[in-house]
Design a protein around this ligand. Sequence first.
Ligand SMILES: C[S@@+](CC[C@H](N)C(=O)[O-])C[C@H]1O[C@@H](n2cnc3c(N)ncnc32)[C@H](O)[C@@H]1O
Length: 280
Amino acid sequence: MSLKGASSAKPARLVALRGGASNARVEGSVVLVGAGPGDPDLLTIKALKALQAADVIVHDGLVSAEILDLAPAKARRIDVAKRKSRHTLPQDDINGLLVALAQDGLSVVRLKGGDPFIFGRGGEELEACRAAGVDCTVIPGVTAALAAGASSGAPLTHRGAAQAVTFVTGHAAHGEPDLDWPALARPNHTVVIYMGLSTAGLIAGRLMDAGRASATPALVVVNASRADEQRITTTLSDLAEVAAGLSGPALLMVGEAMALAQAGGADLALDILTNRSALA
Ligand SMILES: C[S@@+](CC[C@H](N)C(=O)[O-])C[C@H]1O[C@@H](n2cnc3c(N)ncnc32)[C@H](O)[C@@H]1O
């Protein structure tokens, strides 16, 4: 990934003419806005202000309808992850779209689930804007891990049980993620795995092979902070089995502090727990 755009001289900007007496030239801009994990009440006031000032909102599939509804009706909405048709705009095209809209003189809000800089590809969009000489700023959002820890009552760090927390991805474009398994297997350490439902078995296996105890408490949270949130408590050795029955945006959380987590949420989680105890 190139970081050269950050220091190179800015090319001349294209700016639009807006109506009005002065016909003033208006420069557009891009704001990368973290929409948080789903609950509109977890949106920051700064994010809300940016939404309300937007000409156009470019959003991805994890942004809830309630949050999009906070934008003015006149603001154009562009969904770059139409999940029903399984069509997602390639990242280069999204970068190009943001730049082109800003160069048309528009105030562009790029609205992303959680935080733009946590597994959100916000850095690539920032670089593209910088390389094109487009003004780009970032408004942080509540990342899914923070919401999942809060709603389940499981602190990500906890004196005596979690001296560190690490966010990792369970997804890699080609094969398994390149992670430092011995470091992640150290006790008293919370590991939060984003995008890990389909690789839960592999991840749990790697952690146990590297020495993490199979009885280490684990938690899976689906749709954190949303009305249909599900929280399932388990152990590292049973993580793959629990994950296999779930779908939707989910976090796997492994660590001693997850012993404090309270299971619950939507019916599916309760069904899984009931079925598991019935089978025991
Ligand atoms: C591309 S990453 C985006 C992460 C986002 N930028 C953030 O800070 O939360 C998508 C993954 O984030 C996690 N995720 C996002 N929203 C979630 C939610 N409400 N509940 C559980 N996991 C969520 C899931 O692991 C999902 O597969």
